[in-house]
Design a binder for this molecule. Structure first.
Ligand code: UD1
Ligand code: CA
Length: 452
């Protein structure tokens, strides 16, 4: 196999986004545009090196690249796409092999497409291969001008195209394979004598072709893949396409999505077989859901691990671990760093934060459980509150196995409740209780004669 290298052009300012955030860091389907592109390339082929051309606001982009072990070069002035690619020359000088070039703002390209492009490029011994697309409305794109042999003679940009050229429906996706041996010399010949005074990468095709090198294009079958994100409207379109793809992928793998139009599932989410996802459900980030779960309606789950046979309805789960057979909702909020062990139930306006709730325990009505460890088979009565915060510091509540907490109990932390304790309703517990006791902490009721 040839040596393969990759460059992603991402120094564009993204003016049309009207954003303080670099364009390539805007997210679709829960992931940065640049991450979609990097992952696409990584999945398509093994590269010896991947270099991203970064521009203004680059610090944040460089930070993002660390996740992928990708290198970067800085383009100080934005003089055009050819100039951008030239910035990577120093890092690739003297190397032989093939170079894949993509733009950082095309999150919809499938890895199979890049794989095929590369395969075609190598098989046909091309010196440059453009990924093209046949579109109904080619407006705004560079047009692929083929010569008599069928080779690509040149690419003309919208602004430079003649009326006849404007009619060409085969357009440039901005994705290419180049033979490194011949690229740099041709690239150095590109000038900026055009209406935009930019160094167009597309001109390298004409230069190579005139020098007798083989320049070709392979057309995409699915034109939606090449949509670039330049403004928030296109961001929403890309998001919608990726969401639809994700839903379809899940359905194909045996997940029921009752209403795909109102189901928002990020690209990296994993959902097991025979799960049912009900309407108005958002599943985000690195969430993994096991088999046979029923999720929704009106539920949001972020960065959480959900095991099998879990039922979650009308609820919000963040960065937590939910084990097999747990029932959550309606109207529960599970906040970060919580662990709900097997068969736990939490519902009806209850909140759990940074707590471990062990096997079979129930927090079913109007409770707040924070910074707590709750043992097995504990019943938390309606309206129970762990008073974990004194205004400055947070303290822990420990409730051991088989405790029965009556309704409307306040547990003033730090406090430890022994096994099998019964706490009477309405108690405010401030002291530890040893196992097997009954504790009551409230004023005794008195009854007086009522004055007329
Ligand atoms: C480019 C192509 C066009 C193609 C279209 C597909 C050129 C001249 N034209 O047009 O044929 O149909 O993409 O979407 O390449 N960039 C830099 N530094 C620069 C300039 C650009 O890094 O100085 C990067 C941008 O971040 C972007 C890419 O290069 O990722 C393409 O540049 P852009 O200005 O978006 O080109 P288009 O007009 O879209
Ligand atoms: Ca573009």
């Amino acid at each position: 196999m040839n040596n393969i290298y990759g460059v992603i052009l991402g120094a564009g300012e993204g003016t049309r986004m009207k954003s303080c955030l670099p364009k390539v860091l805007h997210r679709v389907a829960g992931k940065e545009l640049i991450s979609h592109v990097i992952e696409c390339m990584n999945k398509a082929t093994k590269m010896q090196k991947l270099i991203v051309v970064v521009g203004s606001g680059s610090d944040l982009v460089i930070e993002q690249l660390k996740k992928y072990n990708a290198d970067y070069v800085f383009q100080k002035e934005r003089l055009g796409s050819a100039h951008a690619l030239l910035q990577a020359k120093n890092k690739l000088k003297g190397l032989n092999g093939q170079l894949i070039v993509m733009c950082g703002d095309t999150p919809l390209v499938k890895f199979e497409t890049i794989k095929n492009l590369l395969k075609y490029h190598i098989k046909n011994k091309n010196n440059a291969t453009v990924l093209s697309g046949i579109v109904n409305n080619p407006y705004g794109y560079g047009r692929i001008v083929r010569n008599k042999k069928g080779d690509v003679g040149c690419i003309v940009e919208e602004k430079s195209a003649t009326e006849k050229e404007k009619e060409i429906k085969e357009i440039n996706s901005g994705i290419y394979c180049f033979d490194l041996k011949v690229l740099w010399k041709a690239l150095s010949k590109v000038d900026n004598k055009n209406n935009k005074k930019e160094y167009y990468l597309t001109d390298v095709i004409e230069i190579l072709n005139k020098d007798g090198y083989k320049t070709d294009a392979v057309a995409l079958t699915n034109e939606e893949e090449i949509l670039g994100v330049n403004d928030r409207k296109q961001l929403a379109v890309a998001d919608e396409i990726l969401r639809k793809r994700k839903n379809e992928e899940l359905m194909a793998s045996g997940v029921t999505v009752i209403d795909p139009r109102t189901t928002y599932i990020d690209s990296d989410v994993v959902i097991g077989q025979d799960c049912i996802i009900k309407p108005n459900t958002i599943i985000e980030g690195n969430t993994k859901i096991g088999k046979n779960c029923i999720i929704g309606p009106d539920t949001t789950i972020t960065d959480s691990i959900i095991k099998e046979n879990v039922f979650i309805t009308y609820s919000y789960i963040e960065e937590s671990k939910i084990e097999t057979g747990v029932k959550i909702g309606p109207f529960a909020h599970i906040r970060p760093q919580s662990v709900l062990k097997e068969n736990v139930k939490v519902g009806n306006f209850s909140e759990v934060k940074k707590s471990v709730v062990k096997y079979g325990s129930k927090i079913n009505h109007l409770s707040y459980i924070g910074d707590a460890t709750i043992g097995k088979n504990v019943n938390i009565g309606a309206g129970t509150i762990t008073c974990n915060y004194d205004g400055k510091n947070k303290f822990k509540t420990i409730i051991n196995d088989d405790v029965f907490v009556g309704s409307n109990v306040n547990l003033v932390a730090p406090v430890n409740i022994g096994k099998k304790v019964l706490i009477a309703a309405g108690s405010t517990i401030t002291d530890n209780v040893s196992p097997n006791k009954l504790t009551i902490a409230r004023a005794r009721q008195i009854v007086k004669v009522r004055k007329k």
